[in-house]
Structure formats: C-alpha cells, structure tokens
Design a protein around this ligand. Structure first.
Ligand SMILES: Nc1ncnc2c1ncn2[C@@H]1O[C@H](COP(=O)(O)OP(=O)(O)OP(=O)(O)O)[C@@H](O)[C@H]1O
Ligand SMILES: [Mg+2]
Length: 625
C-alpha cells in the first residue's frame, strides 16, 4: 500500500498576523535588561515632556498676576527667572537621557533582529529535503533577508513608538481631565473617532502589504534564478526575454507598492483632519470660559499645548499602524519559515561504534515525491488539493514496492533508464526522505528509529550534482570532518585521483574555489566530492553517478585505489557505464521504481534481459569508436 503524502505536511496551518507579530515581539524578551532600561529611560523622558505644558501654563498664570511690575527685584521677574531656569534644566535632562537612549535602543533592536535571523537560519537548516524541494530559493532569500529587515521598524515600534503613544495619550488625556472636565470630554470626542478611523483603514491595508511582499518574493526569485543560471540564459540567448520577465515582475511589485502606499497616504490626512477639528472647538469652549473668568488663561494654555502634542502623536499613530501593517505580513512570511512543520523527525537510537561495513535492507518500499509548495504566498490562499485524476498522474510513485538486501561489504551497482528511481533509492538510505510505505533498514534497524547524526555519520554520499562551497579545496574536502589533518585530506584526494590536479592549482589545497566550483572542470569537481565522502571513512558509501564526468581511464584508477586502500565497506553506486557496473558484486536494474533484474554481470548477460540489451548497445558504441 502506498500512501500519498498529506497535503499540508510542508506548509502547516496558516499563521495569523497577530500571532506572527506576537512571536516576533517575544524575541525582545530574550534581551530583558536592554528592553527594561530602554523603556524606563523613555518613560522618564515622556514624564518630562508631559510636565512641560504644566510649567508653561503655570508660568503664564503667574505672569498674568504680575503684569505691570518692572525691575529685576520684582516678584514677577523672579517668578519668570525661576520658570526659565526650570525649563532650561528639563531640556538639558531630556537631552542627556536621549543621548543614552538612542544608542541603547539601536543596540537592542539590532541584537533582537540578529536573534531572529539566527532562528530563521536554524529553521532553514533543520528543514527536510522535501520542504526545500518545494520552496523557491529566491522566496527563502527574500523571507530571511528583506522581510527580517522590514521587521526592524516594527521592533522600534515596540520599543519606542507604542510606549510613547500609549503613555503620551493616556497621560495627556488624564491631565486635560484634571484641568477641566468639559475640555477633557471634548478632547476624547475628537480622539476616539480619529483612532477608530485609523484602525478601520489599517485593517483594510493589511492584505495589500501581504501582496506587496509576495510580489517582492517573486521578483527576488527571478533575480536569484538569473544569477544562478546566468550561463544557461546566455547560452540560449535568453537575455532579452529574461530581462522582460524581470521587468514584468518589477512592474507588478511597484504597482502593488505604489497603490498600497498611496492608499495609506490619502487616509492619514483624513484622520488628522478629524482630530484637527477638536482644536478650534476646545479654543472656542475654553476661550469662552476664560472670558467668563471660569478658567484661568494659563489653564487653557496648558490644554492647548497638550492638544497640539496629541496632534503630533496622532501622526505617530498613523506611522505605527502603517509600520505594523507592513511588518505584519513580513512577520507572517518569516514565521511561516520559522514554524513550518518539520516533516522528518529524528529517532533516538544510536548506531554502535562499529566501523565494519553495514548491511542494508529495503522491504516493500514505495515512495512518491510531495508536490505541495512549502511556503504559502498570495495572502495565505491555501494551495488547492490536487484533483484525483491529477494526483494519480503527477504523484506517480518514484519507487514502487521495492525489496532487496545488501550484505555488509558488498558493492552493488544500480543501472537503469533515466528517471527510473536510482537517485531516489539512494536518498532513502540516509533518510533524506521517508518512504510512504515499507521500511529501510541498516544493520537490521529501521532508519526512522535512528538519530540523524548517528545515521548520517556512517554514510558517505557523492551526489549526482556536485556542490562545492566558496572555500578552499581543503575545506571542501574536510566538510564532513573539519578537524582532519592535511595528511588525511591528501590521502583521500590521492584515492579519488584528485591530488594531481589540486597540486597544480595556484595555491594547491588552499586555492579558493568559486561558487559551485566554477573554477574547476566537471570531472575535477566530482573527484573533490568523492574525496569528501571518503574522508568520513563511511561504513556505507553512496555514489550517484559520481564519475560520470570523469574519463573511463581515470574512473578505473579511482576504483582500483579505493578498492586497494580501503576495501571493506558497503557500496552502492549508480552508473550509466556497463564497464563500471560489471565490476560490482551484484547489479540491480532499476526501472519505473522497481528492481526488474538482479544478479552478477554474468548472470544478467546470460538472462538476456534489459541489462544485456544495455550491455550490447554500449558494446556497439565502443566498437564504433
Ligand atoms: N525532488 C523531486 N521532486 C519531485 N519529483 C522528483 C524529484 N526527484 C526526482 N523526481 C522524480 O522521481 C522519479 C525518479 O527520479 P530519480 O532522480 O530517482 O531518477 P534516476 O533513476 O536517478 O534518474 P537519472 O538516471 O536521470 O539520474 C522521476 O520521475 C523524477 O521526475
Ligand atoms: Mg539520478
């Protein structure tokens, strides 16, 4: 029985904006000291700011009582001098606090963003092959780069603007009420509808930001693929088409961005207008109270100062909502990576310390690749489940009821037509994927029960496509064992017949290889990959067409040196060459996800099936040349 993968095993449940923002905010909790001191200093400055209108109003009231008094010794002058000195003192204190606060807040924000970046990077590293297969690199780069940077403003909102607005609004409202109840109610009357209007517009803005960011992700994907695939683009003279493809994506992004920014820009003044109406109203009502001598002039002045300060904060509310909306969808996109369910969980068993070759057994294994995108785009629209007819054809099993076993130390060659399932078969052994049905065992233990490190430490893999890091040749070889000595590195390089050309490189083993190993030929890169796998001294060696780019003569040399020097390990090698396959202890012919023939070279030739046809055809081609 084969089970198709569950549709949402890669994407998981949609994450709401509120939850995503909550999760990002919680990262601030990792720096409690920084956050507490930042907010404490900020509150101190807000208190100073709120006290200023009080002092100003009081000074004006006092001045009113002393009009007409002249001379430096007069009580009016002394009061004035006292108020000026006090104000000066407050301004100095506020500046000094600000000098500490700014850098501290920056530090807190940058540290928090750093934590978030590390968390996303860890999540990407922990994700399974299946998840990465279905995620586009550009999208991941956009989410782990740009989206996190966008959250910087949000962190500042948490640390600065929100505290400032909440403390400022509450403080101001309380002070106005204390001065005069009527004016207090008038202020609230202007404030509440303004905040509600802002909230209403903000809610409608959110999905627009999500679309902006998804467009950005798509644009990044085109950029990333064109950089990675620049050679193919040029070889096929596709530059013009690729440029116009990029233009279209860029235009789509800009159009979405402009419409979103304009939507908001057109609504902030509306909200400010609503609040602005409150100022003349308060002036009218309060002014009449002053005329009727029910209110001191200084008190009205205080209220008006507070109102103007509130007006500024309304602008800040606009900014905050815009930032939160913008950050909301970025937070969502980041959290989709952070919280993506990890479909493969490691087991707990540890393989023993044995260095002897291991046995491998496949029992009735079926496997189909999942085709569900790993990351949602377009406002979390869930991807439609495949229609039944479609799912059968697109989810054809890559492996179909496969059973075989390999004895310790045996060398088995996998041959067969392209797309037959050879690479997939190898991928199940180090548990890059789990079978949908059946079991894969190493030394009699189901690989699902084993701890990842324990499992992967004993397996050396040479992938069909070589990936080399932009690092030195030595570091690339020592990937699986960074503490290896130069002597050990050279020994495996010799075995892989790589020592010769490495020695001829400008800096030998210290030569830095370009990205994807561009400064080396295909066959040279493959030999570095082989050396890398051998350095692990694996109990199981998986070689996926590892010598396809190496000439047959060198391939034979590699084989002989590996056999002579290391011998006893269990080896599975995929090859297209019968000349290589025939030297294996056993050959499995894999086609359409099944082993259709199995035996030694002689057995299979004798049987006259698919393998012997392959043998004949290769014999003929060799004969022609
Ligand atoms: N990552 C993947 N996601 C989805 N389908 C895949 C993936 N890798 C391989 N397939 C499909 O699984 C089937 C088996 O592919 P596999 O790579 O195992 O073939 P192969 O025998 O190694 O071929 P080749 O000799 O060309 O390397 C093919 O139909 C292929 O299209
Ligand atoms: Mg393959």
């Amino acid at each position: 029985m084969s089970h198709p993968p569950t549709p949402n095993s890669l994407t998981g449940k949609p994450i709401s904006v509120a939850r995503a923002l909550g999760l990002v905010t919680r990262f601030l909790g990792r720096r409690p000291g920084f956050v507490a001191v930042s907010i404490g200093l900020l509150m101190f400055n807000i208190a100073i700011e709120l006290s200023m209108p009080q002092f100003l109003g009081n000074a004006i009231t006092q001045l009113g009582h002393h009009t007409g008094e002249i001379g430096f010794q007069s009580p009016g002058f002394k009061t004035l001098a006292y108020s000026v000195a006090l104000f000066f003192f407050l301004v100095v204190v506020r500046t000094v606090v600000g000098l500490f606060l700014g850098p501290l807040r920056n530090l807190t924000a940058q540290r928090t963003l750093g934590d978030l970046r590390s968390a996303v990077y860890d999540a990407l590293q922990r994700q399974s092959f299946a998840w990465h297969d279905n995620a586009r690199t550009g999208e991941l780069i956009s989410r782990s780069g740009t989206d996190i940077s966008r959250l910087q403003e949000y962190i500042f909102v948490c640390l600065l603007f929100s505290v400032d607005v909440v403390a400022g609004l509450l403080g101001t409202a309380v002070f106005i009420f204390l001065i005069n109840q009527t004016l207090g109610w008038l202020t609230l009357g202007a404030l509440v509808p303004t905040v509600m209007a802002m909230a209403y517009f903000a809610i409608r803005l959110q999905p627009r930001w999500r679309r902006v960011h998804d467009r950005h992700g798509e644009m990044s994907t085109v950029i990333q693929e064109n950089i990675a695939g620049v050679r193919v683009v040029k070889a096929f003279a596709r530059e013009a088409d690729e440029i116009s493809k990029f233009r279209a994506r860029k235009e789509a992004f800009l159009a979405e961005l402009t419409s979103t920014v304009n939507y908001w820009a057109a609504r902030v003044p509306l909200a400010q207008f609503l609040f602005g109406l409150g100022v003349p109203l308060v002036l009218w009502v309060g002014g009449r109270q002053v005329i009727r001598q029910e209110l001191e002039l200084g008190q009205l002045t205080k209220v008006l100062f507070y109102l103007l300060a509130l007006g500024n904060r309304i602008g800040v509310i606009g900014q905050i909502t815009s930032i939160i909306q913008n950050a909301g969808s970025s937070a969502q996109r980041v959290c989709e990576v952070l919280l993506a369910p990890i479909s493969l969980q490691p087991g707990t068993r540890i393989l023993g310390p044995s260095t002897a070759p291991a046995s491998i057994r496949f029992t009735d294994v079926s496997f189909a690749y999942s085709l569900v995108p790993s990351l949602a785009t377009e406002g979390l629209k869930p991807s439609p489940p495949p229609r039944p007819s479609e799912s059968r054809s697109t989810r054809r099993n890559a492996l179909d009821h496969l059973s075989f076993s390999i004895a310790p130390g045996e060398t088995v060659a996998l041959v067969g037509p392209t797309g037959g399932g050879k690479s997939t078969l190898l991928a199940l052994i180090p548990r890059f994927y789990d079978p949908n049905a059946g079991t894969v065992e190493i030394d009699g233990m189901d690989v699902r029960e084993l701890d990842f490190n324990s499992l992967r430490r004993v397996i050396g893999v040479v992938f069909q496509e070589t990936f080399l890091f932009s690092a030195s040749v030595a570091d690339n070889i020592a990937l699986g064992n960074p503490s290896a000595s130069r002597g050990q590195i050279e020994a495996v390089a010799r075995m892989a017949r790589a020592h010769g050309f490495i020695s001829e490189l400008a800096q030998g083993y210290d030569t830095i290889i370009g990205e994807r190993g561009i400064s080396l030929s295909g066959g040279q890169r493959q030999r570095i990959a082989i050396a890398r796998a051998l350095l692990k001294e694996p109990r199981i060696l998986l070689m996926d067409d590892a010598t396809s780019a190496v000439d047959p003569g060198t391939e034979r040399e590699i084989r002989e040196s590996m056999a002579g020097l290391l011998g006893g390990r269990t080896t599975l090698l995929v090859t297209q060459r019968v000349s290589t396959a025939r030297l294996a202890d056993r050959i499995l012919f894999v086609e359409e996800g099944r082993v259709i023939e199995e035996g030694t070279h002689a057995d299979l030739i004798h049987r006259g099936g698919a393998y012997s046809v392959l043998f004949q055809s290769q014999l003929e081609t060799t004969a022609i040349h």
